[in-house]
Design a protein around this ligand. Structure first.
Ligand code: FAD
Length: 436
């Protein structure tokens, strides 16, 4: 039952949801879920629309791609999250555009959902910077489907190398583009996967001929972190057998090759695209006449979409001002805090109270490199490296992972791997290349 003071249908004695203000949240990611959590059991009617019927825990996608975790362990049905909240419903569908004049979101199947308040929480997508062939041949990591596709590609390449090992031993190159947290985490995990398939699965691979190459234009890894963290990360990756190349620009990606600005063309088994994100091409670029930086929606300090009082944006889709011409980074904590803030502001506005500007509480940033190796930088505090950083990373990710069953399964998986027991879903699911 709803705990709030709510309109009651006199005939049935049940809450009459149709008389309540309708909040439509597009996107059930970190930001959208927090908006809905803040409005659950309150005197509003909430509809979450998402093209997937599950929430995806994006920070662990690389573990699905490298066969450490199952897809179902990092995803959770949105309906289940709000099973007990009568005022929250879920609609599975893709929103194709927003009609501000008619106060409606329009779905790709033609249905229109009318709102009193709209929240855009559609996140971002991979940025390919117009590099020829990149969007066709490189694999980004932005959805569960991407992670499954990458896992299939990696495992298939390793199996093929084993299959021909006796007749024609081949060299294998895996290139990861982008030395941010996703690129670092994926290259470390891929290196561990290769070690595992050789040691545990007995694949006939010459480790010295299987190259994991991490390339970046920048002169160091993990640029938002202090230089000492970058230097530590480089040492750890190299210790794990990852080749790190700085100052390298990709100019083209072909089906089985990558070309660099210096003219080198390298044959590859897979290219992982971790070079950056954009909101161009997402719903965010449709809700305003001119988009903000990176295609994001410009919002006021209250997180209202500029010049509108009934539309809000949160998380990666929003350019949230942090100062003059400065914006908060596209990170999960920003998405969650902005989601909570918008829920509170909608309730304040409905109740005739003044709005409060958004203030981000910076809790630091972290990235993992491999077993016992991670970096965590606390705001105004030290950078924690090694096992302590790794344990902090594990704890935090477990805490924020949605669903008790998922937490338990991931914890068991990680414990299993910690003791170096053979584990992991190293399965090539045949139809996943095309499945979404
Ligand atoms: C691989 C990877 C690793 C990351 N690691 C970290 C990390 O370690 N730490 C950290 O702080 N941040 C990390 N991030 C960033 C973090 O995940 C994002 O900042 C966060 O997910 C943003 O939340 P959001 O709600 O704005 O968007 P998302 O979580 O992306 O959710 C957007 C939702 O909108 C839905 N959607 C989009 N368009 C439509 C549409 N038109 N119609 C219907 N539904 C739609 C999507 O299906 C999705 O469910 C990582 C991101 C990636 C991709």
């Amino acid at each position: 039952m709803l705990k709030c003071d709510m309109a009651i249908d006199p005939k049935t004695g049940s809450p009459d949801l149709t008389r309540l203000p309708h909040v439509v949240i597009v996107g059930g990611g970190f930001g959208g879920l927090e908006v809905a959590r803040g409005l659950a059991h309150k005197a509003v009617r909430v509809t979450i629309v998402d093209r997937h019927n599950f929430h995806t825990f994006l920070p662990l996608l690389y573990q699905v791609a490298t066969a450490m975790l199952e897809p179902a362990e990092v995803a959770y049905p949105i309906r289940t999250v709000f099973g007990k909240a009568e005022n929250v419903r879920f609609r599975h569908g893709l929103v194709s555009h927003v009609d501000h004049e008619r106060h409606a979101v329009v779905l790709s199947d033609g249905e229109e959902i009318v709102y009193d308040h709209l929240v855009v929480a559609t996140g971002a997508t991979a940025a390919f910077f117009g590099i020829p062939g990149a969007s066709q041949h490189a694999i980004p990591l932005y959805s569960l489907a991407d992670a499954r596709r990458l896992r299939n590609r990696l495992l298939s390449a390793l199996e093929h190398a084993d299959a021909v090992a006796d007749t024609a031993p081949i060299g294998l190159n895996f290139v990861i583009v982008g030395g941010g947290p996703t690129g670092v985490e994926t290259s470390g995990a891929l290196s561990e996967l290769i070690k595992t398939v050789i040691k545990r699965d007995g694949l006939k691979l010459d480790r010295t001929r299987v190259r994991v190459i991490l390339v970046d234009q920048a002169p160091r890894l993990l640029t938002p972190f202090p230089e000492s963290a970058s230097a530590y990360t480089l040492r750890e990756l190299e210790r794990m057998g990852v080749e790190v190349e700085f100052g390298r620009s990709v100019v083209e990606v072909e089906e089985h090759a990558i070309r660099f600005a210096d003219g080198e063309r390298l044959r590859v088994a897979a290219v992982v695209w971790a070079a950056g994100v954009t909101a161009h091409g997402t719903l965010a670029s449709d809700v305003q006449e001119s988009t903000g930086p990176g295609g994001r929606v410009r919002v006021s300090p209250f997180l209202q979409i500029a010049e509108r009082t009934d539309a809000w944006a949160v998380g990666d889709s929003a350019a949230i001002p942090s100062g003059e011409n400065a914006f908060y980074p596209q990170l999960a904590p920003v998405a969650m805090q902005s989601g909570r803030h918008v829920a509170a502001q909608i309730l304040r506005q409905i109740n005739g109270k003044p709005l409060v500007p958004f203030r981000y509480k910076n809790k630091g940033i972290m990235a993992t490199i491999g077993r016992h190796a991670a970096v965590a930088t606390l705001p105004k505090g030290p950078t924690i490296k090694g096992t302590a950083g790794w344990l902090a990373w594990l704890g935090l990710h477990l805490w924020y992972l949605v669903g008790f069953r998922n937490k338990l399964r991931v914890m068991i998986n990680w414990t299993w791997r910690y003791f170096d027991w053979p584990s992991g879903p190293r399965l090539i699911v045949a139809d996943a290349e095309t499945a979404d």
